[in-house]
Design a protein around this ligand. Sequence first.
Ligand SMILES: [Cu+2]
Length: 135
Amino acid sequence: MEQMTRGRSRRWARPAAVVAALFVFAACGGGGGGGSSYKQPKGSAQTTLTIKGGNFFFDPKSSELPAGVDAIKLESEGGLHTLVFDKGKVPGFQLEASSGKSDELKVDLKPGKYTIYCDIPGHREAGMEGTITVQ
Ligand SMILES: [Cu+2]
């Protein structure tokens, strides 16, 4: 039996779903932040919440997110600011952005109300505190 039929119909009909981002966070030399012990959850974010930070506020001050994996992005409108969760609710999670820059991380959140703040000395007291309600 001869198999001469060598079809040239090699179609690359791949579903676009394959493009599903495979973020490999192999880079350790990233932001000049501190201990990067935080491990992002797997899977893609359902929603990206963008919070602007400045002297001395978060905008919006209160936000909502669906429970599960979401991304939170901090955009600095001026000054160096961070975004962390109060009471160690999300250990290791810290966004840090200087003027005009942004920082983003994924987080897996359970339903509840979370307080966030900027952990640079004095900033929280000056008004850099907010809430994220997850449901
Ligand atoms: Cu700040």
